[in-house]
Design a protein around this ligand. Structure first.
Ligand code: SPV
Ligand code: MG
Length: 669
């Protein structure tokens, strides 16, 4: 593809502005002339060769082009009769340099925005710039459109016409036909008409399609007034900003392609999603925020990088007010749709625009993504993630899981509310629910091998961190083996409670006989566990039963400090009261002394307190300990009763998941 720029004319209507150089050298901005802008845009669009016709101030023009030091090869063709012929003759003189090439043809006084050229070059057919939104000019070019193609170009046509400019992309076969006609005209002495007069004679054989740029800038400069209007528009274009947000830690060619397109729309600002926001909807980022930020900072064409703290774009768009937001069109459906809707609403507040490009799936990227997910489920990567999430988010949530399927529910359930996405951060393998699933009481009856089997089932199909309910931890001599096994499996935290003897579920409180361990014994157990673990990732959490057993706040706090001293990585305080007052009091007093050790709560009874309030009060882990079990079993009992009552299954169909859905629930890998 070559460019043909017609620069033989003088541009008398520009007055003094063209007294020392041709019109194309008129400045349109602080850094560019009409010509330097054209040439830079051509070069950026990948054009390597420019044929330029010259006339007035020929030498000045040639020297000027070379002085720009662009990566372009020039062929200058002088029209010695520039003052008495039209550009039809200039083109005629350049015929040898043009035949057989695809070309983009433009008048030397044309100023257009980069996307006009880029998009035109991507248009598959020969085409001419028109605008369906601009009014028809009185004296300038218009194109008559019939049956979807350009039938005639000239200043005299008004019917079925659109505003047009001498900016064409011509495939070589079409160009050659036009050149033949131009040659015929010039050789018959017809050198003063527009080249389009020759074109109009052959529009039955040569199809030129209208390329509608609507309101995008593509104007010629004929007068100082035109210059003022175009310069102002260019200033507005130069001030345009584009915003894109990325969460990825693997950049592929599809991302680069979309960045290339985005930067052409204006100054490109990249938002990089914070670790917390990524973890909330996707998967734990392999590369932390700072790394991801520096990758984008080093991509050519990126003006600067900002942090986007949440999945919602609303706040950042209100702050930056970008002219455009660019995104792949994949978010029109699915879980990102509400975010897109919110972007559209926010852009509408100030007149911004959403630009969407077709989303290109990249096979290698998908494979990498799959691999990354698989890696995240591996013990070494999974184990440390709870600690990281706590320090990243301040407060993490865990949902009970007692099987592969409940693990998948804890892993995948997503809720989008007001542009924010919510998922559970971790899973709780409860002794109550694990025992219940096996039809056994919660009295440390289910042995460790069976409990480990449950962990294994969950681990096989999920990636999120696991918190294991270790009951009393058993004897200190046994606990060290449990610690090592759990750590090896990739469990992130074990919680052991300071009870001894036959443990009963805490929610019985003092209704059943339960013995609290001595501080000394329990501290010994914590110390033994601490010494047994091999990594700092693995956490031992000491659970205090003083409030459950009604031993008072002082006892709870004394134990908390002692357990921290003994090396507990976290403290869990439990209560079975509906009123959260004692939990709040504990949290407040504990935080007065201990700042950095995470605090865990299980709000089964005090369930009116929100996560936000817990966070404010210094809690770091909220465990929803049994809700899947407690909702699942009544549904199953109901189904069993319906079948028994009706002597058939039809009546319980309405409450059943379809066979198709159940089959599709778990996709094969
Ligand atoms: C469990 O879920 O097994 C627990 C929490 O230990 S609680 O049932 O509240 O004691
Ligand atoms: Mg338990």
């Amino acid at each position: 593809m070559k460019a043909l720029i017609l620069n033989s004319g003088l541009g008398r209507r520009m007055g003094v502005l063209t007294s020392e150089h041709p019109k194309c050298m008129t400045e349109v901005s602080a850094s560019d002339t009409i010509l330097s802008r054209q040439l830079k845009l051509l070069s950026r669009a990948g054009i390597k060769e420019v044929v330029m016709t010259t006339g007035y101030f020929d030498d000045i023009l040639v020297n000027y082009c070379h002085s720009l030091e662009l990566d372009l090869k020039y062929t200058f063709v002088n029209n010695p009769l520039y003052s008495e012929t039209n550009y039809i003759y200039s083109i005629y003189r350049a015929i040898d340099k043009l035949r057989g090439n695809d070309i983009v043809l433009m008048h030397g006084d044309l100023v257009f925005e980069s996307s006009v050229l880029e998009d035109m070059l991507e248009f598959p057919e020969s085409c001419m710039k028109v605008s369906s939104t601009l009014p028809l000019p009185e004296k300038d070019f218009k194109a008559v459109i019939t049956d979807g193609t350009v039938k005639a170009v000239g200043v005299e046509f008004f019917d079925s016409a659109l505003e047009a400019q001498a900016l064409y992309k011509l495939n070589s076969a079409d160009l050659d036909l036009w050149l033949d006609k131009i040659a015929e005209f010039c050789e018959n002495g017809n050198r003063k008409c527009y080249a389009e007069v020759a074109l109009n004679e052959i529009t039955d054989t040569l199809k030129i399609y209208p390329f509608d740029v609507k309101d995008r800038l593509c104007s010629e400069i004929d007068t100082p007034e035109d210059l003022a209007v175009v310069s102002a528009k260019l200033r507005e274009i130069d001030n345009r900003t584009v915003y894109m947000c990325f969460s990825t830690d693997v950049i592929h060619s599809g991302h680069i392609a979309i960045i290339r397109r985005a930067e052409k729309l204006g100054k490109l600002i990249i938002g990089v999603l914070s670790d917390e926001a990524v973890a909330s909807y996707k998967r734990f980022p392999i590369l932390p925020f700072e790394e991801r930020r520096s990758i984008f900072e080093n991509i050519n064409g990126v003006s600067h990088v900002v942090k986007q703290d949440q999945l919602s774009y609303r706040d950042i768009l209100r702050e930056l007010r970008p002219t455009y937001v660019v995104h792949g069109d994949d978010w029109k459906e699915g879980f990102q749709k509400p975010i897109r809707d919110e972007v559209l609403a926010t852009l509408a507040e100030y007149g911004g625009q959403l630009v969407e490009y077709p989303y290109s799936k990249d096979q290698r990227f998908e494979e990498l993504e799959k691999l990354t997910r698989a890696q995240l489920s591996m013990p070494d990567l999974r184990r440390g993630r709870l600690r990281k999430l706590i320090s990243m988010k301040g407060l993490v949530t865990a949902l009970e899981a007692h099987s592969g399927i409940t693990g998948l529910i804890a892993e995948k359930t997503t809720v989008i509310d007001e542009g924010k996405t919510y998922q559970f951060d971790a899973m709780w393998v409860s002794s109550l629910c694990d025992s219940t699933a096996k039809g056994k009481p919660d009295i440390e009856l289910v042995d460790m091998s069976s409990r480990f089997r449950t962990i294994d089932d969950i681990m096989e199909v999920t990636t999120k961190p696991i918190i294991f309910d270790g009951d009393t931890g058993g004897l200190a001599e046994h606990f060290v083996y449990t610690v090592r096994s759990l750590e090896r499996m990739g469990v992130s935290m074990v919680i052991i409670e300071d009870k001894t003897g036959l443990k009963k579920n805490s929610l019985f409180g003092t209704e059943v006989a339960q013995t609290q361990d001595s501080i000394e014994n329990f501290c010994d157990k914590i110390r033994a566990g601490r010494d047994a673990k091999k990594t700092s990732d693995f956490m031992i959490c000491a659970r205090i039963e003083s409030l459950i057993l009604e031993r008072g706040m002082e006892d709870a706090l004394t134990r908390a400090y002692a357990y921290c001293e003994a090396g507990a990585d976290a403290i869990m305080i439990h209560s079975r009261k509906k009123d959260p007052a004692e939990i709040f009091e504990f949290a407040e007093k504990f935080r007065e002394k201990v700042k950095n050790i995470p605090l865990v709560v299980v709000p089964t009874s005090f369930n009116e307190v929100t996560e936000e309030e817990f966070k404010r009060r210094g809690v770091n882990v909220v465990i929803y300990a049994n809700q899947l079990t407690r909702t699942g079993f009544p549904a199953m009992q109901n189904a069993a009763q319906l079948i028994l009552k009706n002597h058939r299954a039809k009546e319980c169909d309405d409450i059943c998941m379809s066979i198709k859905d159940i089959i599709n629930l778990i996709p094969e890998e």
